[in-house]
Write a protein that binds this ligand. Structure first.
Ligand SMILES: Cc1ncc(COP(=O)(O)O)c(C=O)c1O
Length: 450
Protein backbone atom coordinates (compact mmCIF):
# COMPACT_ATOMS: atom_id res chain seq x y z
CA UNK A 1 0.00 0.00 0.00
CA UNK A 2 1.39 3.42 -0.86
CA UNK A 3 0.54 6.55 1.07
CA UNK A 4 0.33 9.96 -0.44
CA UNK A 5 3.56 11.98 -0.24
CA UNK A 6 1.49 14.95 0.93
CA UNK A 7 0.28 13.04 3.98
CA UNK A 8 3.77 11.82 4.79
CA UNK A 9 5.55 15.07 4.25
CA UNK A 10 3.16 17.87 5.18
CA UNK A 11 5.28 19.12 8.07
CA UNK A 12 8.55 18.80 6.17
CA UNK A 13 7.08 20.56 3.16
CA UNK A 14 5.74 23.43 5.24
CA UNK A 15 8.87 23.98 7.35
CA UNK A 16 11.07 25.81 4.77
CA UNK A 17 8.08 27.78 3.49
CA UNK A 18 7.33 28.99 7.02
CA UNK A 19 10.87 30.30 7.30
CA UNK A 20 10.49 32.15 3.99
CA UNK A 21 7.09 33.52 5.00
CA UNK A 22 8.31 34.74 8.38
CA UNK A 23 11.35 36.42 6.82
CA UNK A 24 8.97 38.18 4.45
CA UNK A 25 6.78 39.24 7.39
CA UNK A 26 9.82 40.79 9.05
CA UNK A 27 10.90 42.53 5.84
CA UNK A 28 7.38 43.84 5.27
CA UNK A 29 7.11 45.16 8.81
CA UNK A 30 10.49 46.90 8.49
CA UNK A 31 9.41 48.49 5.21
CA UNK A 32 6.20 49.73 6.87
CA UNK A 33 8.08 51.21 9.79
CA UNK A 34 5.01 51.88 11.93
CA UNK A 35 1.64 50.45 12.89
CA UNK A 36 -0.02 51.19 9.51
CA UNK A 37 1.20 51.80 5.96
CA UNK A 38 1.38 55.54 5.25
CA UNK A 39 -0.69 57.06 2.47
CA UNK A 40 -4.20 55.91 3.32
CA UNK A 41 -6.38 53.65 1.19
CA UNK A 42 -4.97 54.93 -2.12
CA UNK A 43 -1.36 54.51 -1.04
CA UNK A 44 -1.06 50.74 -1.24
CA UNK A 45 -0.58 50.46 -5.00
CA UNK A 46 -1.95 47.79 -7.30
CA UNK A 47 -0.87 44.16 -7.22
CA UNK A 48 -0.19 41.62 -9.94
CA UNK A 49 -2.96 39.62 -11.64
CA UNK A 50 -4.67 37.86 -8.69
CA UNK A 51 -5.85 34.95 -10.87
CA UNK A 52 -2.86 34.30 -13.17
CA UNK A 53 -2.83 31.66 -15.86
CA UNK A 54 0.49 30.23 -14.61
CA UNK A 55 1.92 30.25 -11.13
CA UNK A 56 5.33 31.49 -10.03
CA UNK A 57 5.90 28.74 -7.46
CA UNK A 58 5.39 28.62 -3.70
CA UNK A 59 8.52 30.47 -2.64
CA UNK A 60 8.20 33.37 -5.06
CA UNK A 61 4.48 33.71 -4.36
CA UNK A 62 5.03 33.76 -0.61
CA UNK A 63 7.89 36.26 -0.86
CA UNK A 64 5.88 38.62 -3.02
CA UNK A 65 2.49 38.46 -1.35
CA UNK A 66 3.60 38.10 2.28
CA UNK A 67 5.84 41.14 1.84
CA UNK A 68 2.87 43.11 0.48
CA UNK A 69 0.52 41.76 3.16
CA UNK A 70 2.94 42.64 5.96
CA UNK A 71 4.07 46.00 4.59
CA UNK A 72 0.43 46.97 4.27
CA UNK A 73 -0.74 45.53 7.59
CA UNK A 74 -2.38 47.31 10.49
CA UNK A 75 -0.10 45.63 12.98
CA UNK A 76 -1.44 45.10 16.51
CA UNK A 77 2.08 44.15 17.62
CA UNK A 78 2.78 47.91 17.46
CA UNK A 79 1.36 49.47 20.66
CA UNK A 80 0.13 52.51 18.73
CA UNK A 81 -2.19 50.24 16.75
CA UNK A 82 -4.86 50.53 19.40
CA UNK A 83 -8.18 51.46 17.79
CA UNK A 84 -10.06 48.22 18.19
CA UNK A 85 -10.37 45.02 20.18
CA UNK A 86 -7.69 43.68 17.88
CA UNK A 87 -4.93 41.95 19.80
CA UNK A 88 -1.35 41.01 18.98
CA UNK A 89 -1.50 37.20 19.03
CA UNK A 90 0.81 35.31 21.34
CA UNK A 91 3.59 33.46 19.53
CA UNK A 92 2.54 30.16 21.09
CA UNK A 93 -1.03 30.63 19.87
CA UNK A 94 0.12 31.53 16.34
CA UNK A 95 2.34 28.44 16.26
CA UNK A 96 -0.57 26.25 17.41
CA UNK A 97 -2.77 27.84 14.73
CA UNK A 98 -0.18 26.87 12.13
CA UNK A 99 -0.47 23.26 13.30
CA UNK A 100 -4.23 23.50 12.84
CA UNK A 101 -3.64 24.58 9.24
CA UNK A 102 -1.10 21.85 8.60
CA UNK A 103 -3.16 18.97 9.99
CA UNK A 104 -6.46 20.55 8.91
CA UNK A 105 -8.89 18.58 11.04
CA UNK A 106 -12.53 19.47 10.45
CA UNK A 107 -14.69 19.54 13.50
CA UNK A 108 -17.93 18.26 11.97
CA UNK A 109 -17.25 14.56 12.44
CA UNK A 110 -15.06 12.40 14.65
CA UNK A 111 -13.49 10.62 11.67
CA UNK A 112 -11.98 13.97 10.58
CA UNK A 113 -10.84 15.08 14.01
CA UNK A 114 -10.38 12.36 16.65
CA UNK A 115 -7.90 14.09 18.96
CA UNK A 116 -8.97 17.59 17.91
CA UNK A 117 -12.55 16.88 18.95
CA UNK A 118 -11.44 15.40 22.28
CA UNK A 119 -9.23 18.40 23.01
CA UNK A 120 -12.10 20.71 22.08
CA UNK A 121 -14.50 18.88 24.39
CA UNK A 122 -12.02 19.08 27.28
CA UNK A 123 -11.39 22.78 26.71
CA UNK A 124 -15.03 23.76 26.30
CA UNK A 125 -16.04 21.84 29.43
CA UNK A 126 -13.19 23.49 31.36
CA UNK A 127 -14.14 26.99 30.24
CA UNK A 128 -17.82 26.30 30.96
CA UNK A 129 -16.93 25.21 34.52
CA UNK A 130 -14.87 28.37 34.97
CA UNK A 131 -17.93 30.47 34.05
CA UNK A 132 -20.42 28.34 35.97
CA UNK A 133 -18.58 26.69 38.87
CA UNK A 134 -21.84 25.82 40.60
CA UNK A 135 -23.81 24.46 37.64
CA UNK A 136 -24.50 20.74 37.20
CA UNK A 137 -23.87 20.48 33.46
CA UNK A 138 -22.48 23.63 31.85
CA UNK A 139 -21.04 23.43 28.35
CA UNK A 140 -19.56 25.70 25.69
CA UNK A 141 -19.39 25.83 21.92
CA UNK A 142 -16.54 27.21 19.86
CA UNK A 143 -17.55 30.14 17.66
CA UNK A 144 -15.95 32.63 15.30
CA UNK A 145 -16.27 35.40 17.87
CA UNK A 146 -18.70 37.64 19.69
CA UNK A 147 -20.96 38.09 16.67
CA UNK A 148 -21.62 34.36 16.25
CA UNK A 149 -21.85 33.86 20.02
CA UNK A 150 -24.50 36.58 20.29
CA UNK A 151 -26.40 35.01 17.39
CA UNK A 152 -26.25 31.56 18.98
CA UNK A 153 -27.22 32.88 22.41
CA UNK A 154 -30.34 34.50 20.97
CA UNK A 155 -31.08 31.44 18.83
CA UNK A 156 -31.04 29.30 21.98
CA UNK A 157 -33.26 31.88 23.69
CA UNK A 158 -35.76 31.63 20.84
CA UNK A 159 -35.66 27.83 20.85
CA UNK A 160 -36.08 27.68 24.65
CA UNK A 161 -38.61 30.46 25.20
CA UNK A 162 -40.36 31.08 21.88
CA UNK A 163 -40.35 34.22 19.77
CA UNK A 164 -38.51 36.42 22.24
CA UNK A 165 -38.33 40.18 22.19
CA UNK A 166 -34.70 41.15 22.62
CA UNK A 167 -34.11 43.85 25.21
CA UNK A 168 -30.63 45.37 25.33
CA UNK A 169 -28.87 48.56 26.28
CA UNK A 170 -28.14 51.24 23.71
CA UNK A 171 -24.53 50.30 24.50
CA UNK A 172 -24.94 46.73 23.13
CA UNK A 173 -22.83 45.52 20.23
CA UNK A 174 -24.40 46.00 16.80
CA UNK A 175 -24.35 42.22 16.26
CA UNK A 176 -27.26 41.89 18.71
CA UNK A 177 -29.56 43.84 16.39
CA UNK A 178 -28.33 41.82 13.41
CA UNK A 179 -28.87 38.56 15.27
CA UNK A 180 -32.47 39.51 16.02
CA UNK A 181 -32.95 40.35 12.34
CA UNK A 182 -31.40 37.06 11.21
CA UNK A 183 -33.53 35.07 13.64
CA UNK A 184 -36.74 36.72 12.50
CA UNK A 185 -37.24 38.37 15.88
CA UNK A 186 -38.64 41.86 16.41
CA UNK A 187 -36.08 44.67 16.43
CA UNK A 188 -34.47 44.88 19.91
CA UNK A 189 -36.06 47.28 22.36
CA UNK A 190 -33.35 49.69 23.51
CA UNK A 191 -32.70 50.44 27.16
CA UNK A 192 -31.24 53.77 28.21
CA UNK A 193 -27.74 53.94 29.61
CA UNK A 194 -25.88 56.25 31.92
CA UNK A 195 -22.10 56.29 31.74
CA UNK A 196 -22.30 53.66 28.97
CA UNK A 197 -23.98 51.23 31.41
CA UNK A 198 -27.56 49.97 31.28
CA UNK A 199 -29.85 51.90 33.60
CA UNK A 200 -31.69 49.24 35.68
CA UNK A 201 -34.79 51.45 36.12
CA UNK A 202 -35.06 51.88 32.36
CA UNK A 203 -34.65 48.11 31.92
CA UNK A 204 -37.42 47.36 34.39
CA UNK A 205 -39.71 49.84 32.61
CA UNK A 206 -38.99 48.29 29.21
CA UNK A 207 -39.52 44.74 30.48
CA UNK A 208 -42.85 45.75 32.00
CA UNK A 209 -44.00 46.83 28.52
CA UNK A 210 -42.84 43.69 26.65
CA UNK A 211 -45.67 41.43 25.61
CA UNK A 212 -44.60 37.76 25.55
CA UNK A 213 -41.21 36.16 26.22
CA UNK A 214 -38.11 38.33 26.42
CA UNK A 215 -34.36 37.86 26.09
CA UNK A 216 -32.28 40.38 27.99
CA UNK A 217 -28.76 41.07 26.73
CA UNK A 218 -26.23 42.53 29.16
CA UNK A 219 -22.79 43.69 28.06
CA UNK A 220 -19.68 43.17 30.16
CA UNK A 221 -17.09 45.29 28.44
CA UNK A 222 -18.75 47.60 25.92
CA UNK A 223 -17.12 48.22 22.58
CA UNK A 224 -16.97 51.99 23.09
CA UNK A 225 -15.65 52.25 26.64
CA UNK A 226 -15.19 48.79 28.15
CA UNK A 227 -17.90 49.56 30.72
CA UNK A 228 -19.59 46.69 32.52
CA UNK A 229 -23.37 46.71 32.80
CA UNK A 230 -24.67 46.31 36.38
CA UNK A 231 -25.18 42.55 36.12
CA UNK A 232 -26.78 41.81 39.52
CA UNK A 233 -29.55 44.37 38.89
CA UNK A 234 -30.01 43.15 35.31
CA UNK A 235 -30.21 39.54 36.49
CA UNK A 236 -32.82 40.45 39.05
CA UNK A 237 -34.94 42.20 36.42
CA UNK A 238 -34.51 39.35 33.93
CA UNK A 239 -35.38 36.68 36.49
CA UNK A 240 -38.43 38.64 37.69
CA UNK A 241 -39.63 38.87 34.08
CA UNK A 242 -38.88 35.19 33.38
CA UNK A 243 -36.56 36.35 30.59
CA UNK A 244 -33.60 34.55 29.05
CA UNK A 245 -30.37 36.28 30.07
CA UNK A 246 -27.56 36.47 27.54
CA UNK A 247 -24.35 38.14 28.67
CA UNK A 248 -22.05 39.53 26.01
CA UNK A 249 -18.71 39.26 27.82
CA UNK A 250 -16.71 39.22 24.58
CA UNK A 251 -14.34 41.78 26.08
CA UNK A 252 -14.58 41.60 29.89
CA UNK A 253 -14.64 37.80 29.81
CA UNK A 254 -10.84 38.00 30.04
CA UNK A 255 -11.34 38.95 33.70
CA UNK A 256 -12.17 35.29 34.32
CA UNK A 257 -8.40 34.77 34.30
CA UNK A 258 -7.44 37.82 36.36
CA UNK A 259 -6.12 37.43 39.88
CA UNK A 260 -6.73 41.09 40.76
CA UNK A 261 -9.99 42.01 39.05
CA UNK A 262 -13.23 40.05 39.31
CA UNK A 263 -15.81 39.40 36.63
CA UNK A 264 -19.32 39.64 38.08
CA UNK A 265 -20.82 36.21 38.73
CA UNK A 266 -22.32 34.69 35.60
CA UNK A 267 -24.30 32.16 37.64
CA UNK A 268 -27.72 33.42 36.46
CA UNK A 269 -26.76 33.87 32.81
CA UNK A 270 -28.35 31.37 30.44
CA UNK A 271 -25.76 32.07 27.74
CA UNK A 272 -22.47 33.96 27.72
CA UNK A 273 -20.36 35.19 24.81
CA UNK A 274 -16.59 35.02 25.38
CA UNK A 275 -13.98 36.01 22.87
CA UNK A 276 -10.36 35.06 23.31
CA UNK A 277 -9.21 36.94 20.23
CA UNK A 278 -9.71 40.03 22.38
CA UNK A 279 -8.48 39.65 26.00
CA UNK A 280 -6.95 36.22 25.31
CA UNK A 281 -4.32 37.08 22.68
CA UNK A 282 -5.44 34.47 20.18
CA UNK A 283 -5.30 34.74 16.41
CA UNK A 284 -8.81 35.25 15.06
CA UNK A 285 -11.07 33.25 15.44
CA UNK A 286 -11.37 32.25 19.08
CA UNK A 287 -14.94 32.78 20.27
CA UNK A 288 -16.95 30.72 22.75
CA UNK A 289 -20.61 30.53 23.67
CA UNK A 290 -21.07 29.19 27.19
CA UNK A 291 -24.36 27.74 28.43
CA UNK A 292 -25.18 27.12 32.07
CA UNK A 293 -27.24 24.08 31.09
CA UNK A 294 -25.93 21.90 28.28
CA UNK A 295 -29.48 20.66 27.71
CA UNK A 296 -30.38 23.82 25.78
CA UNK A 297 -27.83 22.84 23.13
CA UNK A 298 -30.13 20.01 22.02
CA UNK A 299 -31.86 22.67 19.95
CA UNK A 300 -28.86 22.60 17.60
CA UNK A 301 -29.07 18.86 17.02
CA UNK A 302 -29.22 17.84 13.40
CA UNK A 303 -28.20 14.78 11.44
CA UNK A 304 -26.55 14.14 8.12
CA UNK A 305 -26.12 10.51 7.17
CA UNK A 306 -22.60 10.98 5.90
CA UNK A 307 -21.45 12.68 9.12
CA UNK A 308 -23.59 11.43 11.99
CA UNK A 309 -25.65 8.42 11.00
CA UNK A 310 -27.73 7.08 13.90
CA UNK A 311 -26.08 3.66 13.84
CA UNK A 312 -22.61 5.29 13.98
CA UNK A 313 -23.71 7.38 16.94
CA UNK A 314 -25.24 4.33 18.65
CA UNK A 315 -21.99 2.46 18.04
CA UNK A 316 -20.15 5.20 19.98
CA UNK A 317 -18.85 7.62 17.35
CA UNK A 318 -19.30 11.10 18.85
CA UNK A 319 -21.87 13.26 17.04
CA UNK A 320 -20.22 16.64 16.54
CA UNK A 321 -22.61 18.21 14.07
CA UNK A 322 -24.80 19.82 16.72
CA UNK A 323 -21.88 21.73 18.21
CA UNK A 324 -21.99 24.49 15.64
CA UNK A 325 -24.11 26.04 12.92
CA UNK A 326 -21.17 25.46 10.61
CA UNK A 327 -20.31 22.12 9.00
CA UNK A 328 -16.57 22.18 8.11
CA UNK A 329 -14.93 23.96 11.00
CA UNK A 330 -11.38 24.81 12.05
CA UNK A 331 -10.07 23.42 15.36
CA UNK A 332 -9.94 26.87 16.96
CA UNK A 333 -10.03 25.37 20.44
CA UNK A 334 -6.57 23.92 19.87
CA UNK A 335 -4.62 27.17 20.03
CA UNK A 336 -6.61 28.22 23.10
CA UNK A 337 -5.80 24.90 24.79
CA UNK A 338 -2.10 25.24 23.96
CA UNK A 339 -2.06 28.83 25.23
CA UNK A 340 -3.73 27.88 28.49
CA UNK A 341 -1.32 24.99 28.94
CA UNK A 342 1.61 27.35 28.30
CA UNK A 343 0.60 30.34 30.41
CA UNK A 344 -2.02 28.97 32.74
CA UNK A 345 -5.03 31.06 33.73
CA UNK A 346 -2.72 33.15 35.90
CA UNK A 347 -0.42 33.98 33.00
CA UNK A 348 -3.27 35.25 30.85
CA UNK A 349 -4.71 37.05 33.87
CA UNK A 350 -1.43 38.92 34.33
CA UNK A 351 -1.62 40.15 30.74
CA UNK A 352 -5.22 41.29 31.29
CA UNK A 353 -4.23 43.12 34.47
CA UNK A 354 -1.21 44.68 32.80
CA UNK A 355 -3.38 46.15 30.02
CA UNK A 356 -5.93 47.48 32.53
CA UNK A 357 -3.11 49.08 34.56
CA UNK A 358 -1.66 50.63 31.40
CA UNK A 359 -5.06 52.07 30.48
CA UNK A 360 -5.46 53.58 33.96
CA UNK A 361 -2.01 55.19 33.57
CA UNK A 362 -2.84 56.54 30.11
CA UNK A 363 -6.13 57.98 31.38
CA UNK A 364 -4.30 59.68 34.26
CA UNK A 365 -1.75 61.15 31.83
CA UNK A 366 -4.49 62.38 29.49
CA UNK A 367 -6.36 63.91 32.42
CA UNK A 368 -3.21 65.72 33.52
CA UNK A 369 -2.53 66.95 29.97
CA UNK A 370 -3.40 70.65 29.62
CA UNK A 371 -4.81 70.21 26.10
CA UNK A 372 -6.84 67.01 26.56
CA UNK A 373 -10.00 65.79 28.30
CA UNK A 374 -10.89 62.20 29.26
CA UNK A 375 -14.35 60.66 29.17
CA UNK A 376 -14.07 58.79 32.48
CA UNK A 377 -12.11 56.24 34.43
CA UNK A 378 -11.35 53.13 32.32
CA UNK A 379 -13.27 50.03 33.41
CA UNK A 380 -11.00 47.69 31.46
CA UNK A 381 -8.31 48.71 28.98
CA UNK A 382 -10.13 51.33 26.91
CA UNK A 383 -9.33 55.02 27.27
CA UNK A 384 -11.52 57.71 25.68
CA UNK A 385 -10.03 61.16 25.37
CA UNK A 386 -10.29 64.18 23.10
CA UNK A 387 -8.56 67.47 22.51
CA UNK A 388 -10.21 70.11 24.71
CA UNK A 389 -12.16 72.96 23.06
CA UNK A 390 -12.08 71.27 19.67
CA UNK A 391 -15.07 70.67 17.38
CA UNK A 392 -15.98 67.04 16.59
CA UNK A 393 -15.10 67.52 12.92
CA UNK A 394 -11.52 68.39 13.89
CA UNK A 395 -11.32 65.42 16.26
CA UNK A 396 -12.40 63.14 13.40
CA UNK A 397 -9.88 64.79 11.09
CA UNK A 398 -7.05 64.30 13.59
CA UNK A 399 -7.82 60.57 13.67
CA UNK A 400 -7.89 60.31 9.88
CA UNK A 401 -4.63 62.28 9.61
CA UNK A 402 -2.96 59.84 12.00
CA UNK A 403 -4.22 56.94 9.87
CA UNK A 404 -3.01 58.59 6.68
CA UNK A 405 0.42 59.27 8.14
CA UNK A 406 0.70 55.65 9.30
CA UNK A 407 1.83 56.85 12.72
CA UNK A 408 -1.06 55.63 14.88
CA UNK A 409 -4.32 53.70 14.66
CA UNK A 410 -6.66 55.38 17.12
CA UNK A 411 -10.36 54.56 17.32
CA UNK A 412 -13.45 56.75 17.63
CA UNK A 413 -16.56 56.64 19.75
CA UNK A 414 -19.69 58.79 19.68
CA UNK A 415 -20.74 59.13 23.26
CA UNK A 416 -22.74 61.60 25.33
CA UNK A 417 -23.12 63.91 22.35
CA UNK A 418 -19.41 64.20 21.60
CA UNK A 419 -16.85 62.45 19.45
CA UNK A 420 -14.05 60.82 21.43
CA UNK A 421 -10.76 59.27 20.43
CA UNK A 422 -10.36 55.74 21.67
CA UNK A 423 -7.35 53.69 22.68
CA UNK A 424 -8.19 50.03 23.20
CA UNK A 425 -5.03 48.81 24.87
CA UNK A 426 -4.36 45.12 24.28
CA UNK A 427 -0.59 45.27 23.97
CA UNK A 428 0.69 43.06 26.76
CA UNK A 429 4.03 44.85 27.16
CA UNK A 430 3.25 48.51 26.47
CA UNK A 431 3.14 50.87 29.44
CA UNK A 432 1.57 54.27 30.03
CA UNK A 433 4.89 55.85 28.97
CA UNK A 434 4.53 54.16 25.58
CA UNK A 435 1.46 56.31 24.91
CA UNK A 436 2.66 59.67 26.31
CA UNK A 437 4.12 60.84 22.95
CA UNK A 438 0.86 59.82 21.24
CA UNK A 439 -1.14 62.05 23.56
CA UNK A 440 1.19 64.94 22.69
CA UNK A 441 0.88 64.13 18.99
CA UNK A 442 -2.93 64.30 19.17
CA UNK A 443 -2.87 67.55 21.14
CA UNK A 444 -0.43 69.15 18.68
CA UNK A 445 -2.39 67.97 15.66
CA UNK A 446 -5.61 69.41 17.09
CA UNK A 447 -3.91 72.73 17.87
CA UNK A 448 -2.54 72.99 14.35
CA UNK A 449 -5.90 72.11 12.81
CA UNK A 450 -7.85 74.65 14.92
C1 LIG B 1 -18.96 43.77 23.14
C2 LIG B 1 -18.71 43.07 21.84
N1 LIG B 1 -19.47 42.03 21.49
C3 LIG B 1 -19.30 41.38 20.33
C4 LIG B 1 -18.31 41.76 19.45
C5 LIG B 1 -18.15 41.04 18.16
O1 LIG B 1 -17.02 40.23 18.23
P1 LIG B 1 -16.41 39.60 16.89
O2 LIG B 1 -15.86 40.75 16.11
O3 LIG B 1 -15.38 38.67 17.42
O4 LIG B 1 -17.50 38.89 16.19
C6 LIG B 1 -17.50 42.85 19.77
C7 LIG B 1 -16.45 43.28 18.83
O5 LIG B 1 -15.68 44.15 19.10
C8 LIG B 1 -17.70 43.52 20.98
O6 LIG B 1 -16.97 44.60 21.32
Amino acid sequence: MTRSPAALAAADAVRPLVAIALDAVAAGAAARGGPLPPGGPGGLGAGADPVPERGVGAEAALRALVARFAAGAADPADPWCAAHLHCPPLAVAAAADLVASVLNPSMDSWDQAPAASELEAELTRGIARLCHPGAAAPDALVTTGGTESNLLGLLLARESRGRVTVVCGRNAHHSVTRAAWLLGLPAPVPVDCAGDRVDPASLAAVLARVDGPAAVVATLGTTNTGALDPLPEIEAAAVAAGAWLHVDAAYAGGLLFSGRRALPSLARADSVALDLHKFGWQPIAAGLLVCRDAGVLRALHTTADYLSADDDTEAGLPDLLGRSLRTSRRPDAFKIAVTLRALGRAGIGELVDHCCDTAAGVAAAARAHPALRVWGEPSLSTVLFRPADTPDAVVAQVRRDLLRSGRAVVGRADLDGELWLKLTILHPHATAETYAPLLDLVADAARRAA
